[in-house]
Write a protein that binds this ligand. Sequence first.
Ligand code: M6R
Length: 600
Amino acid sequence: MCGIVGYIGQQDAKEILLKGLEKLEYRGYDSAGIAVLNESGAHVFKEKGRIAILRETVDESVQAPVGIGHTRWATHGEPSRVNAHPHQSTSARFTLVHNGVIENYSQLIREHLQGVTLKSDTDTEVIVQLIEKKVDTGLTVEEAFRGTLAELKGSYAIALLDEQNKDVIYVGKNKSPLLVGLGDNFNVVASDAMAMLQVTDQYVELMDKEMVLVSKQEVTIKNLQGEVMERAPYTAELDASDIEKGTYPHYMLKEIDEQPLVIRRLVQKYQDDNGTLTIEQDILDAMNDADRIYIVAAGTSYHAGLVGKQLIEKVASIPVEVHVASEFSYNMPILSKNPLFIFISQSGETADSRSVLVQVKELGYKALTITNVPGSTLSREADYTLLLHAGPEIAVASTKAYTAQIAVLAILAAVTAESRGLTVEFDLVKELGIVANSMETLVDAKEEMEQIAREYLSTTRNCFFIGRAVDYYVGLEGSLKLKEISYIQAEGFAGGELKHGTIALIEKGTPVIALATVEHVNLSIRGNVKEVAARGANPCVIALKGLEEEDDRYVLPEVHPALTPLVSVVPLQLISYYAALHRGCDVDKPRNLAKSVTVE
Ligand code: M6R
């Protein structure tokens, strides 16, 4: 969702900004723009649509050593050139980009901007106009910037240029992610280290309600009272090749293929020198002190949480509730006496989850974040973090993060169980090794998966996923994958619920993908398959080896029963991928979606 970049130094800023924006494309956007500043003033280039379109409009003859850039994912005002960032103040002295949502923008217009003609429908323009208004009353730009930030309610990451001072970029942050990158005689600004990895791996984190003066030689962080804050930089441990597609046509396919490697890497990362799986003692204490665990997450991470509930309850014997983050904030359940919250988030930046985290911290409860991004907001603000070690996930559709989340939850469940003196009845290191090998087999079955997608999904307008027990949860994930990238209306159902309503939707030829990996419900799910087939559906059964029947469409390699979601999801990811491809969809950047959902 929206991304920001900035550069101040000695080189021409345009290409650095455009390359940076390209690296942020994965977050999702509908328009893009850059502004650069030189002796002749600010030059703004912005367009609706892809960065490739923006590139064509940028005037190559304009050279400038300072600039800011933005990808926009529309919230206030339709995607259009006018609403794209950067936005300028009335006199065009100030130019600004913003990521986030200003909740009190109408009030700010009413109270401070009567008589100002706003050019766009965005909440962002209000910020730049307000800064100019304050400067007109005699404040310095820094005072006006700080004063404006203090009046904003909501989330923001902001970068501002002042035509009258080419030596500084003013930066501010609250809730939305923003980093400052350090270089030799230059400095940069980015929503995400990946954007500027091309020029530096040294970054400084910004806290909420801080502002920064970024010049080419200095970075000065201040709080909104103007006091200077000291902050040590850190090295972003990202490999530039991790964020390239290599020979793959899409990131999604690359990330699906990486899953065996991610599982093997995770096992290594969580093993001690003796090869025993281990988790920090503080986390184990928090797990053991809890009388109930509340997992809070969104989308795919929520689906991983559902699988995690089963693992933690069965293996570690601690009761677990799983909640959709966007509902939890407004509809908090009655909590147990000693709850522990687990936030699952690939990006660590999801605003819905973060708002719950803020609430539970205010209530004084402990929180653990399971995330792929070290230093992300949810990681920083929780008491503890467990990392996914999945490497950057660029495709909007989450794949390797989902399986890594389940693997980490399995490790957490097993290590907690042992710390409680419970016997874990399987060797998780060995079983995860078997899972990784099975995943290899599955990712090698691309032709078969492409054929299934062609056969069942090339012309259909809808598709159902059914399963029982943990297969139901994996079906939910399969249906999310399919709908988000192929735009086929897809729904996941518990097999037993079909007869309570959904079966009315079954028509001749409706594809029904059924998972059969759970022994004690195998007969029941087979019954459901028969029910839909009798009504004309076109069932596609994916069964675990040992539970298969004659007409099953695909048989999964055998893995331990507690870990079946790690393998059963892989065909669903691949089938979705090929269905989207056959339909000519933009697999990595599906319409209307963003990778990192930083607004509530
Ligand atoms: O970064 P997060 O895991 O917190 O993101 C949560 C959801 O936005 C995300 O899983 C989304 O559902 C994916 N597009 C699904 O593929």
